[in-house]
Design a protein around this ligand. Structure first.
Ligand code: MYA
Length: 413
């Protein structure tokens, strides 16, 4: 949601200083895990040696059996392509996943989106971990991992990208989340993986970076009706519509949807670009094919092809609607999120403008982007407003220097 105090400011607090409560707070589970202590963020250590926090282990030392669950529950490895199971995952998430602080909106990841996000080439079914009511296809807990090579300050590290941690509302506050996290850790460990990357809205020990969402209204009237934004000073319905109006078609000549034939060149552009950041994924060509093939209501990807037929730039955004929870008129918020954007022959500003135009033409209500990579540069000019929540980036079992959002080159969906 858009923040009340600081709308359209276009500035960012680039350093994360935890509050003294956050530093002092004890964490029954996280204090036992190989993650840095919060206090490391305020002690000004000049040099942090990068590396694992836990002593190096071998696969043989890893616990071979799943963690214990209460008698009524059992582990399942969810087959994302099984219609019944993916439906169960969808229901669990759509009713129980992330909400804003005022419980006005809840993420509503679609089934095609979940399939897309969870099944890149080489995905491991065992890392799609569910907790079900014994003997029933009823999910009450979920967590996922997908494999990725993550580059941190120049070092490529095999990691699991962890996402979609969710516990059914009635089962909350029963310490099921730590069991899910330990079980997915075990399943990653038995494949010889010892590190992970994840993001969360909550502050846990210990963020490597703290990013912020910015929002650009596409349908300002609907956003006000659902309580996502308020008309600011001097703004009414007509003025807001005028302020946020966009052209109907992209302005950069040669913009067209990404196709399979673009995989090699986009892979090269992407990897050349991402190397500038301190944290990025080393995508394989197969990842580019999987993650950027356009899919209606999931992922929108475009290239810019110049007059000579050369692909010079690339951009993408994904579709993540939210359920509108307490509104008589609207049930869904259609939100587009900036994904990977590679300016090259064109400026980031011109590319973002075309993304807004395309998102608007596809009936999205709002366009969201994090203040990571170079995104901050364009927010003011394009009338983005600062959001009210942070997104923390974390590494598991990897000590390294914290970074500012502009050093972060990873977008986790
Ligand atoms: S972030 C999205 C998280 N999901 C939601 O916010 C959905 C709505 N909420 C829920 O479903 C529940 O409230 C959840 C907690 C499941 C979040 N990440 O079982 P509990 C700690 C990590 O009694 P519940 C995403 O998906 C909390 O500090 N830990 O609590 C990335 C406390 O520990 P401690 C979290 O409310 C996930 C403990 O859980 C989170 O019933 C990355 C309480 O457990 C959180 N978002 O359930 C996971 N929220 O006492 C880590 C709370 O110590 C991956 N907690 O403070 C680590 C790497 C693993 C792989 C490693 C491989 C090598």
């Amino acid at each position: 949601m858009e923040s009340e105090e600081t709308k359209n400011e276009g500035t960012s607090n680039n350093k994360f200083f935890p509050t003294s409560e956050e530093v002092k707070q004890s964490h029954r589970f996280w204090d036992t895990q190989p993650v840095p202590k919060m206090s490391t963020l305020i002690t000004k250590e000049e040099k942090v040696e990068q590396g694992p926090i836990d002593p190096i282990k071998t696969v043989e030392e890893v616990r071979q059996t799943p963690y214990n669950l209460p008698d009524s529950l059992e582990w399942v490895s969810v087959d994302i392509f099984d219609d019944e199971w993916i439906n169960e995952v969808y229901m669990l998430l759509t009713e129980n996943y992330v909400e804003d602080d005022d419980s006005l909106f809840r993420f509503d990841y679609s089934i095609p989106f979940l399939r897309w996000a969870l099944t890149p080439e080489g995905y491991i079914r065992d890392w799609h971990v569910g907790v079900a009511v014994k003997g029933k296809k009823k999910l009450v807990g979920f967590i996922t991992g997908i494999p990725a090579i993550v580059n941190v300050y120049g070092s490529p590290i095999r990691m699991a990208e962890i996402n979609f941690l969710c516990v059914f509302k009635k089962y909350r506050a029963n310490r099921l989340a730590p069991v899910l996290i330990k079980e997915v850790t075990r399943r990653v460990n038995i494949t010889g993986g010892w590190q992970a990357v994840y993001t969360a809205g909550v502050v846990l020990p210990t963020p490597i970076a703290q990013a912020r969402y910015y929002h650009r209204s596409l349908d300002p009237v609907k956003l006000v009706e659902i309580g996502f934004t308020r008309f600011g000073h001097n703004l009414n319905k007509a003025r807001a519509q005028k302020l946020y109006r966009l052209p109907e078609n992209p302005l950069i000549p040669g913009v067209r949807p990404f196709q399979d034939k673009d995989v090699t060149v986009v892979h090269r552009l992407l990897m050349d670009y991402l190397q500038r950041f301190s944290l990025y994924i080393e995508f394989a060509e197969s990842d580019v094919r999987h993650f950027f093939a356009p899919q209606e209501d999931v992922i929108y990807s475009y290239v810019v092809e110049n007059e000579a037929g050369v692909v010079t730039d690339f951009f993408s955004f994904y579709s993540l609607p939210s359920s509108v929870l307490k509104n008589p008129k609207h049930k869904k918020l259609r939100a587009a999120y900036a994904y990977y954007v590679i300016p090259n022959a064109h400026s980031l500003l011109d590319i973002f403008k075309d993304m807004l135009i395309l998102a608007k033409s596809k009936q999205f209500d709002v366009f969201n982007a994090l203040d990571i990579m170079d995104n901050m540069e364009v927010f003011k000019e394009l009338k983005f407003g600062i959001g009210d929540g942070n997104l923390q980036y974390y590494l598991y079992n990897w000590r390294s220097r914290p970074m500012v959002p502009a050093q972060v080159g990873i977008v986790l969906v």
